[in-house]
Each structure stands twice: as C-alpha cells, then as structure tokens.
Design a protein around this ligand. Structure first.
Ligand code: GLV
Ligand code: MN
Ligand code: MN
Length: 412
C-alpha cells in the first residue's frame, strides 16, 4: 500500500476553512452555531460527501462522515477533532485533526485500501467553551460526561438555551439520542497541533500522547458596593475589582506554588460592572481555568482558590461566591494505540517522543467509552489560541501519513 498525502490540497483547504471567520485574517473567530460556523459546517459536509463519505449529524451537531467497511457490524475506527475557534484564534487548532483526518481517509481510498471496520471522521460540536461556558460539549454528550438534562440548562450570553440555539442551527432530534454506546468504537485517534513548544525545541516531527491533563473551570462572582468615584472615600469602599485583583494574584500563586510545573491556572475573563471610569466597580465576574496532569494536585489548587476567596471576602467585607463548572478527570491513552502509532512512525522512519497533552481535547471524553490516542505535530513557537498559530505543510502531512497508516492498521 503506497500512501500519498496530497499536502497542497490539504493546506489550501485549511486556508479555505479559515476564510469562514468573524475576525479579520489571519485571526480566526468561529463560535459554535453562529452563521459563520454554520457556513463552515456546510463546507465541511460538502468536502466529506465529495470524498465519498456518508454524512450524518446528531442532535447537538456532531458530524459523522463514514467510510463503510466490509463488515458493517464491526466497531468503528474513529478520527476527528473540532472546527470551532475561540475569539482571535488561529487556523490550525482542531482543523488539522478534521481536514487532516479527511485527508488521511482520502489517502487510504486513493491507495486502493479497503477497510474491514468502518472508518469515521467525527467533527465535534463546540470543543471550545466560548458560547456555552463549557468545552467539549459534543464529546461530553456523546459519552455521558454531560447529561441531556444538564445540557438543557446551558445558556449563552444572550440567554439562548442550547436547545433553542441548536434547533435554530438545524440540529434536529433530542439531546437524549446523542450518546454513543460502549463498544461503538474499536479505537479513536485524534491528530492535533501540540499547542506547546516541545516538539519544535526537540526538533522532533511527531508526539504520541500518553495522557491528557485534567481541566477544571470555575466562575467566581464578586459583589461589593458601587458608587461615585469622587464621592466615596477610600476607607468606605467595598470595591469588587480590587478584591478580584487580590484573588487573581492568589490564583496565580496557588498554581505557581503547587510544587509541579504541570500545574497551570488562568483567569481568562474578568467582567466588571458597571464598567464606567467614574464608577466604583460593584460586581465582577471571573472565569478561572485550572489544569494539571495530577487530579489531586489540581483539586488542591481549586480548594485553595475557594479558601482564598473566603478570606478576601471576609477581610474586604464583600461577597465572593465560586461555582465549579467542571472538574474533569485526566485520561490515559490506550497503550495498544500508542503502540500502533509508534509502529506507523517507525515504518515511515519518522522520529517521535511520548508526551502529555496539557490542552484538553474531545479525546479526553471519548476515552470514557473507547480506547483513544492522540498524535501531535509541532506548531511554530508553540503558539496556539492566537492568530499567528502556524504548522507547516510538511509537518501536517507527516501527521496525516502516520494517522492514515494507523487507521489502516486498526481497521483491517
Ligand atoms: C482547548 O482548546 C483547551 O482549552 O485546552
Ligand atoms: Mn482550542
Ligand atoms: Mn483543539
């Protein structure tokens, strides 16, 4: 079997998909179920149909594009990722796993390979948490990590419920029908840019992920007392933003002093009310993201943040309430799939290292119902979630080649 990846076609498709964006190029903003995202989804469905795949969409908008194997009863070999993009992002996060997955399937078809197990490309809905505040919406529902009841309570910033928004986006059916059974997949492999600098620094073309770090996210509501920026004297103030500032530094310190380089914490959103230069902030809402490869250590940081909030609230005589939005467990990749990827790398004489995924991915949840593995390719300077995110056509093509080889091996 000779596998020839069409890297020019793939790179030009990555560019074409990036043109569906609500930000000016090179930035990409593609929030789930916006008109722009819907156009990108249609474009993707057309590419999949053109490749001869059978396309279906579930009630939350996960898109499945299947190449039927000779044994329709055999469990599916899956690959895929996401095409939604956070505000002011780049064009490779998620997309490399979707268009690269499609290219891997096209490469296999072209080579004359015929799978026994069906091979299915999965485009997950809303891996990014931008719209509904929780990441991996599609994969959580597929795997029961989020119940349909809990999903129905999700709202976007305009107070639209997930049910309203998805139906308006043309996703028919009920959320209760989204879940996939154990045994649906024989294996699931996600190709992704590394989103960190290690592969580039080590001048290694490929990373095989052995485990995926455990993310938690929190929302913190701080309520003090507003008033006139000139009239209220300093001793009388209960400024919510000053309390938030203290808490943000306490969060940074909690992660820095965990004793491990793998602990990270970020306050990515700070909303200030009323947001006027001459008005004392009365309310602040923070969004906090805490991650670690070790669940216990991650949870110590989460508890420290809650305790720091309590003591700042008491000292400043204001209210600080924190809500844990999700606290997911880390996932291990399946040793047999790690080995299958390693063998494909060896076969094509491509160097690789084992690595941890510090970003989360839909594979974290698919791991609850199936053996998963992830393949990383380098990205320039380790940049991701920014417009200058970049992966070279050569690196992407190497990832696709190893992915195709591995999908073939698993689907025989
Ligand atoms: C996914 O984009 C993440 O935040 O890790
Ligand atoms: Mn991302
Ligand atoms: Mn991603």
């Amino acid at each position: 079997m000779s596998l020839i990846v069409d890297r020019d076609r793939l790179f030009s498709e990555i560019d074409a998909l990036a043109s569906f964006s609500d930000a000016e190029s090179p930035a990409v903003t593609r929030i789930v179920f916006t008109p722009t995202d819907l156009k990108a989804r249609d474009w993707m469905k057309t590419r999949c149909a053109e490749a001869g795949l059978t396309v279906r969409q579930d009630a939350v908008g996960n898109i499945f594009a299947r190449w039927n194997g000779s044994d329709p009863k055999a469990p599916v070999v899956g690959t895929g990722s996401h095409i939604d993009a956070i505000p002011n992002a780049g064009k490779f996060d998620g997309v490399v796993g979707v268009l690269g997955g499609l290219e891997a399937i096209r490469t296999l078809r072209q080579s004359g390979f015929r799978p026994r197990h069906s091979i299915e490309l999965l485009i997950f809905t809303s891996e990014e948490p931008t719209r509904f505040g929780i990441g991996c919406l599609g994969s959580r529902l597929l795997t029961g990590a989020l119940t349909p009841e809990a999903a129905r309570k999700l709202r976007d910033k305009d107070d639209g419920t997930l049910d309203e928004v998805r139906r308006n986006a043309g996703c028919a059916g009920e959320l209760d029908q989204v879940g996939l059974p154990q045994g649906y997949y024989k294996a699931f492999i996600e190709l992704h840019i590394e989103q960190g600098p290690l592969l580039e620094r080590q001048q290694t073309p490929l990373g095989i992920v052995t485990n995926i770090a455990a993310p938690a996210s929190m929302r913190v509501m701080i309520e003090g007392s507003g008033g006139h920026a000139g009239g209220v004297l300093m001793p009388d103030r209960r400024d919510a933003l000053c309390a938030a500032a203290e808490l943000i530094l306490a969060i940074e310190n909690a992660a820095r002093s965990s004793g491990a380089i793998d602990t990270v914490a970020t306050v990515g959103i700070c909303e200030v009310f009323p947001g006027a230069v001459n008005s004392i902030p009365s309310r602040v809402r923070l969004s906090v993201d805490v991650r670690d490869t070790n669940l216990e250590r991650r949870d110590v940081v989460v508890r420290t943040i809650e305790n720091e909030g309590d003591s700042i609230a008491e000292r400043r005589q204001i209210s600080i309430r924190s809500e844990l939005l999700n606290a997911d467990a880390p996932a291990d990749c399946a040793p047999e799939l790690v080995e299958a990827l390693s063998q494909s790398c060896r076969k094509h004489e491509l160097g690789f290292i084992s690595m941890v995924s510090r970003a989360y991915h839909d594979s974290l949840f698919i791991a609850r119902i199936a053996p998963v593995a992830m393949l990383f390719i380098p990205c320039r300077n380790g940049y991701s979630h920014r417009p200058d995110e970049y992966a070279s056509p050569e690196d992407i093509a190497r990832g696709v080649l190893v992915l195709a080889e591995t999908l073939a091996a698993l689907s025989q």
